[in-house]
Write a protein that binds this ligand. Structure first.
Ligand SMILES: *[C@@H]1O[C@H](CO)[C@@H](O)[C@H](O)[C@H]1NC(C)=O
Ligand SMILES: *[C@@H]1O[C@H](CO)[C@@H](O)[C@H](O)[C@H]1NC(C)=O
Ligand SMILES: *[C@@H]1O[C@H](CO)[C@@H](O)[C@H](O)[C@H]1NC(C)=O
Ligand SMILES: *[C@@H]1O[C@H](CO)[C@@H](O)[C@H](O)[C@H]1NC(C)=O
Length: 360
């Protein structure tokens, strides 16, 4: 099955994110793998994605429908598959592929709710127990790979004990946004708060380096063109004793993404910005009153895809046994992000009652 040379991969899904992110980002690292096939449920959308892909991956095959998916599942040359489908279908398809011995990189959210997460993790455990080598199930959230967040994780150690945290998100999910009409996102419990929110919770958890234990939240539905809720204001408590606020408005006139950690010996702030390209401004305010700001362009999606392909190659080389896959991609990390948001949504539905976050 595993041969020398770069791994062969397939993309399952051919939606907006595949066409505008996966294909361009994968083309930047096309020397690391071979793209064998793209699948979609419909022939039309598979063909449209393949047309874009052929510029960079001339031999890519077009697969669609149940038969096309079976072809991918049964093709022993395909060692890894990226699953980029409607959130409601991803876990089932990922598990089918894992059962067939493929490594999987699945788009976020890891699952639609914590009960689905629990079932997913127990199925993965039993599939892994029967597999000859290590089977990787990764979740793509990309924020854990953003250079700005990686840098802040180092800087935060230098500003002493955390006192207060703010995560402020003002989204721009209006009718100009290509995902606005996405029917599966609208049909998700938690709507865009869950689908988009996992990114910001991933950033928070990575930054503080510990888990969110409990939350209390108020939610509302104001913009009726959006699925409910479209606003959430939450207080969260961390394992390390610190607490903070998480505020998210799905559609605002003032797009903003901000994490701010106020500590005893300084403050660290990350804010989305633009300096010729999109990225993050990282500001460190020291105990001496001095501040230093640096700009980090976005490259999380590319770094994450690179890490997954590297995991697949290494695990094939080392036959799985001693190889430790990149923990930032692990399914359980994605599961923890969903669990935090589910707790916030549950608290919102109970008018702010304190809710403990399910542990994964
Ligand atoms: C924080 O500041 C205090 C006094 O200003 C100092 O003793 C301590 O070492 C500092 N801690 C860190 C982590 O810099
Ligand atoms: C929405 O979800 C429900 C159940 O969760 C399902 O029955 C229905 O087919 C879905 N509709 C769309 C448009 O996805
Ligand atoms: C919710 O968000 C809308 C914008 O989408 C804003 O106008 C409104 O004030 C917010 N409501 C609450 C209760 O936060
Ligand atoms: C959507 O939001 C963006 C960013 O705030 C804004 O530039 C655009 O005009 C908005 N479109 C609509 C239809 O409101």
């Amino acid at each position: 099955m595993a041969t020398k040379g770069p791994p062969e991969i397939a993309i399952v899904g051919a939606g907006i994110f595949v066409k505008t992110q996966y294909l361009p980002r994968l083309s930047e690292i096309s020397h690391l793998f071979h793209l064998k096939a793209i699948w979609s449920r419909s022939q039309e959308s598979a063909t449209a994605a393949v047309e874009i892909a052929r510029k960079h991956f001339p031999g890519v095959e077009c697969k669609f429908g149940d038969n096309g998916l079976d072809d991918i599942i049964r093709d022993p040359s395909i060692t890894a598959v990226t699953v980029v489908l409607a959130g409601q279908n991803q876990v089932d398809i990922s598990l089918r592929l894992l059962k067939a011995g493929k490594h999987v990189l699945q788009e976020k959210p890891a699952a639609s709710c914590t009960s689905e997460l629990e079932n997913a993790l127990s199925s993965y455990k039993s599939i892994s127990a029967d597999a000859p080598g290590q089977l990787i199930w990764s979740v793509a959230e990309n924020y854990r790979f953003e250079p700005a967040l990686v840098e802040c994780k180092k800087l935060i150690a230098g500003i002493g004990k955390m006192m207060s945290i703010q995560v402020i998100i003002e989204g721009s999910m209006n009718s100009s946004n290509p995902y606005f009409s996405s029917s599966w996102r609208r049909n998700f419990t938690g709507g865009f708060i869950l689908d988009m929110g996992v990114h910001f919770i991933a950033g928070l958890r990575m930054l503080v380096g510990c888990e969110v234990v409990s939350v209390s939240a108020m939610t509302s539905h104001v913009d009726l063109t959006l699925p409910p809720p479209d606003n959430i204001s939450s207080v969260f408590h961390l394992e390390n004793g610190c607490s903070g606020v998480f505020v998210m408005v799905v559609s605002s006139r003032t797009p903003k993404t901000l994490w701010r950690v106020v500590s005893l010996n300084g403050t660290l702030q990350i804010e989305r910005g633009f300096q010729g390209q999109h990225g993050y401004l990282v500001s460190l305010y020291g105990a001496d009153g001095q501040s230093k700001t640096s700009f980090f362009p976005f490259s999380g999606v590319t770094e994450e895809l690179k890490a997954f392909i590297n995991d697949v190659s290494e695990s094939t080389l080392k036959k799985g046994s001693q190889y430790v896959a990149e923990h930032r991609l692990s399914f359980v990390e994605g599961a923890r992000d969903v669990a935090v948001l589910e707790a916030m949504l549950e608290s919102g539905a109970k008018q702010g009652e304190l809710v403990h976050v399910k542990k994964f």
